[in-house]
Design a protein around this ligand. Structure first.
Ligand SMILES: N[C@@H](CCC(=O)N[C@@H](CS)C(=O)NCC(=O)O)C(=O)O
Length: 207
């Protein structure tokens, strides 16, 4: 068996990269973080071969794996002590499934808006940016109303859920790279404060 640490490739300020970093910390996985330089790069080699030109990527001696959810699943499979993790397919009612969909929508919209503003220098009145901001704001308002109930409905006997990790990373990233305001969403902020007390969150802070 190969004991060389796994590599998680991404950026310390990347919303999607934070998910597997938190999973790795929670699960006690030995890993090296490899920072990627250029968000505008068009060469897949700059993203460990990911043709989608996205991060994070998980790399070991034998393989590369793309996509934050894939990577979280792979890390869970590699954990020495099995953890009780709630995955999207365990959400079995419409409210929880909608909440999952909207968190992932918000994450994609947050990246899209920041990339357009900071990398693309797209004018702020661009219609697609306006729609992305409106969809992000509406989805955040929905999550503000429902996320507490969704979290309360998760199985009590759990170590981690992908939903909570993603929601935490989203709310924290909205403060790190502001696009639409989250500060007045009291229950989302309270959730983030509580989850943010975990060592895994503190060891992976955006910077
Ligand atoms: N579906 C991918 C999305 C990853 C993603 O959008 N990552 C952002 C960084 S947080 C990225 O690579 N952005 C570069 C770009 O948008 O061109 C995943 O779940 O990992």
């Amino acid at each position: 068996m190969n004991d060389k640490p796994l590599q998680i490739l991404g950026r310390t300020g990347s919303l999607f990269t934070r998910l597997p970093l938190i999973f790795a910390e929670e699960l006690g996985i030995n890993y090296d973080f490899v920072g990627l330089e250029d968000l505008a790069a068009l060469d897949p080699d700059e993203y460990a071969g990911n043709p989608a030109l996205r991060m994070p990527i998980l790399r070991d001696d034998e393989s590369v794996l793309y996509g934050s959810e894939n990577i979280c699943r792979s890390l869970a499979e590699r954990a020495k002590a099995p953890a009780r993790i709630v995955w999207p397919e365990d959400l079995d009612d419409d409210l929880s499934r909608n909440a999952h969909e909207l968190v992932w929508h918000c994450m994609a919209a947050q990246v899209q808006i920041l990339m357009a503003e900071h990398v693309g220098k797209v004018p702020p009145n661009n219609v697609l940016l306006g729609k992305a901001r409106a969809g992000l704001k509406g989805s955040l308002d929905w999550l503000e109303e429902h996320a507490t109930d969704v979290v309360a409905a998760l199985p009590k006997q759990r170590d981690l859920s992908l939903f909570e990790v993603a929601l935490y990373c989203l709310v924290d990233h909205l403060q790190f790279g502001p696009t639409v305001s989250v500060e007045n969403h009291q229950s989302l902020m309270a959730f983030a404060r509580q989850f943010g007390a975990r060592q895994s969150a503190q060891r992976t802070a955006f910077r």
